[in-house]
Design a protein around this ligand. Structure first.
Ligand code: GEK
Length: 242
């Protein structure tokens, strides 16, 4: 049973920037499931993508891996031999917890968990890379360089799965979908106080872009295709193939 997210349930004198600290890591599976529509489906289908794209003797990267849900799903599905999964996160709390989780399971596919900034990690000989709701936390001006590094490190035909909260250029659509997402959070038991305090904490650190902005940038850094394969409200998952 997951620990219940109560991080923003009491009034805070001052709502600081959102932080992936121990309080968040402890309740993370519950928090992301109740906040991100489609999260569990995307995790499941990452396994399907890995079965299709991961080749023997290559590396798979899970960038911004949190507690390792994406790596776990891929590891269960990969049948290719001599594959190494490299999971990277810059939150010490997430890394410590995910190391314990992976130590509890045995698998022929090793998962190497690295505590560092995804902008500093080297990407080589990759057949699949996952950025599952992580790029949105990277400074907007640094996103192209990170995506170019990923494109350069992928082998031809390799896959990037990029899941993001997205923004709609049309304000009417943006308001409609944003309201629907707020209702999704209410239905999942979040109070108005929790919703508004979390929104304030995230407003300067989670910067969504439109699908057109994502697509254009993915094509400009070396991917030959970039499309949405899954979307619920303003949460979309894209596939970009090198
Ligand atoms: C999942 N992918 O369960 N370098 C490394 N890690 C970072 C950086 C950075 N620069 N910035 C943020 N993170 C996961 C969910 S959560 C999404 C990803 C969310 C990490 C951060 O510490 C956190 O663990 C993760 O990216 C984002 O499939 O909470 O909305």
């Amino acid at each position: 049973m997951d620990n219940i997210d109560k991080v923003f349930s009491t009034p805070l004198d001052e709502v600081g920037d959102f932080n992936f600290d121990d309080k968040v890591a402890e309740v993370f599976p519950d928090m992301i499931r109740r906040s991100v529509p489609g999260y569990e489906s995307i995790i499941k289908y990452l396994g399907v993508f890995s079965r299709l794209f991961v080749k023997s003797d290559t590396n798979v990267y899970d960038l911004g891996s949190s507690l390792g849900a994406a790596s776990m799903s891929m590891r269960r599905s990969i049948s290719a031999a001599d594959v190494k999964i490299i999971a990277v996160d810059n939150s010490a709390s997430m890394v410590e917890r995910s190391q314990k989780i992976f130590a509890a399971y045995e698998s022929p596919t090793p998962v190497n968990i690295i505590h560092c900034n995804i902008e500093d990690v080297e990407i080589t000989n990759a057949s699949m890379v996952v950025l599952n709701f992580t790029l949105q936390f990277i400074d907007k001006d640094s996103r192209a360089a990170l995506l170019k590094k990923i494109a350069d490190g992928l082998n031809p035909g390799g896959l990037l799965v990029l899941s993001e909260k997205i923004h709609f250029a049309n304000p009417v659509t943006q308001k409609l979908i944003d309201d629907m997402h707020l209702d999704f959070k209410r239905e999942n038991g979040y109070s108005e106080l929790e919703i508004s305090q979390k929104r304030e904490a995230l407003q300067d650190i989670l910067i969504p872009e439109t699908f057109d902005e994502h697509r254009e940038r993915l094509l400009s850094v070396g991917f030959r295709s970039a499309d949405i394969w899954y979307q619920q409200y303003n949460f979309a998952s894209m596939v970009a193939i090198k």
